[in-house]
Design a binder for this molecule. Sequence first.
Ligand code: PRX
Length: 655
Amino acid sequence: MASIESILHETRLFPPSDAFQAQANVSGIEAYRALCAQAEQDYEGFWGAQARENLVWHKPFSHVLDESKAPFYRWFHDGEMNVSYNCLDKHLATQGDKTAIIFEADDGTVSKVSYQELYERVCQFANGLKSLNIVKGDRVIIYMPMSVEAVVAMQACARIGAIHSVVFGGFSAKSLHERIIDARAKAVITADESMRGGKAIPLKAAVDEALGLGGCECIEKVVVYRRSGGAVQWDAQRDMWWHDLVKDQAKSCEPTWVNAEDPLFILYTSGSTGKPKGVQHSSAGFLLGAVLSMKWVFDYKPGDVYWCTADVGWITGHTYVAYGPLAMGATEVIFEGIPTYPDAGRFWKVIQDHKVTTFYTAPTAIRSLIKLGNDLPKQYDMSSLRLLGTVGEPINPEAWMWYHEVVGQSRCPIVDTWWQTETGSNMIAPLPGAVATKPGSCTLPLPGIIADIVDEVGHEVEKGHGGFLVIKRPFPSQLRTLWGDPERFQKTYFPEELGGKYYLAGDSSHRDADGYYWIMGRIDDVLNVSGHRLGTMEIESALVANPLVAEAAVVGKPHEIKGEAVVAYVVLKGARPEGEEAKKIAADLRNWVGHEIGPIAKPDEIRFGDNLPKTRSGKIMRRLLRAIAKGEEITSDTSTLENPAILEQLKNAVK
Ligand code: PRX
């Protein structure tokens, strides 16, 4: 992760080239400023015009923003539309034959789907869902590999007004179970197995396990896409093959017109308590954010081949795989595999083979490929690239420079996009033909996004100082609530301390003299491991659920590739283990966490102690645990600790 020291001294500036600026959708800083000024002068007028221009409405809206029940904002709330119509039907008359998706499987097999074909497949699947009695407002869990079918399933839900909740295929049966129950879903759509790096990962078996954990009576059907052909258990009452479901379905399906505010999806993300939050997004506002950022940030042009490497299980895969590119009528690449299989040239080969113009990935992927040297990327022809993007965590300036020089051949602007599951689309990011970039900074807010940095009582901090990143005005693509928990929504994102009106992002940031934003990291107990959000409390709860464990505390520490690594301090119910026994229990606990949450949450390090450093009132001193994890000297006063001797023990207890 970018250290504060390295970015505070970053002075390199990369203005857009004349050639890029000349062709850009927003060309030159004055054009960017004019858009921002329009939004500031007439906020509703600006957003209303954008929504009319960029979305197709079945029934036009007459109200832009309703703030009467703030912070439960409503946008365009008397309008009707359909997201799938906006992504598919809209293009049929003008570009039905254009390739919508180039799918490259893990083993290198390539298939292409045109807009017409995608439309037909979505319609057939939507009709299939209807035949299962799934209706508007029902929740459908999608637990799928990266595939055309995953996008078809999401679009089909959107088509009939069902609310999808995609669960990342790397999450465990337990995590899936928790989400099924919280969403009270009616169906699960899954695959037999997913293929990653030549290995088959069972998905249907995880669904069986999840449903076997009990309390899932809400689930009526499990639809299974045959991906690998691997063996699966079958419940003839409940399970159904995807191909059987769509076999006799019509290739057209009238979209269900939904209200602009009807939920499009719920996506669970980690927060500072053990329970994941069901972030609920609207239909129209979400799609508007996706479309505008495709235009402004990705400078979308009809000839582009757009490739976002994110899995559809994360927000990036929702906005920039399943919806944004299709709403633009783009050709996009969907890639099933991993960057290092069959070798570490895979990303570069995909770019070369499909003539990718716009490549969007995470700093962690870039850092892992940097380690393998400059030779690999140089073996591929990446001259098709014209724009690069990053997302998910701060990018350290050196990784930025490598991306710029080695991948982008010093020709492609880099858009470092700051946003979140909750914001639905890019919030702070350069418009590449307008805003000069600085390595490590996500630069300036998008037009209409009124960002700021404030102190703990909501007062703006001076430039050059750090504080809490907030968005001061509601914006169309923001989350509407947390599924089933409006109170937590209000408390988490619109805290009273800041006046109850600012959206609190949960990140700290500072702004330099040019007003550029530099994200410093989370202010809550959320870790960012390889660009994935993980709550420390979630991992702690998973650990203490193990019968051996009495107590656990989890913190992050900087990691060269992953950004942050997970360090767990564990107190067992029995004696503190040592030597081989400690190694074995640590390995078991890592697997346990993998099983409870998913492999991404496995602690990188486990340290056993007789107890944890606590104040006399019993509060765990996480600050000290973080310092120990980083190997820092503890210079602060530890006299309030009940058990100062524990610090020495934990320092020497790496497993
Ligand atoms: O801490 C910020 C970091 O990722 C968090 C959001 O995580 P998630 O909801 O999983 O969404 C990730 C993809 C949008 C933020 O609170 N983050 C995301 N993008 C950046 C970033 N930190 C710095 N720079 C970024 N470009």
